[in-house]
Design a binder for this molecule. Sequence first.
Ligand code: CU
Length: 96
Amino acid sequence: MLRNCLAALLAAVLVVSPAVADGEMVKGEVVKVDKAAGKVTLKHGPIKKLDMDSMTMVFRVADPAMLDKVKAGDRIEFEADRVNGAITLTKIGKGH
Ligand SMILES: [Cu+2]
């Protein structure tokens, strides 16, 4: 009986955690901005929902105007998602 309760509790935790991680902002540092191409290079922390570890990589941005407020060296927080097969920044916020 106790065993069943623990199993149910564990299952609930496993179901809940991905949803919690989903809207999480990821920390990063801007390495390079390429506004003309609508791309930005970021040194980023782990992105759980994309199954990605810390690394430096190029992201597309959903809207090039998002790059108006960032420059190389800025510390930012962001959300990224897979859009048409490309990892894309959907939201950028300042600082951490
Ligand atoms: Cu990455």
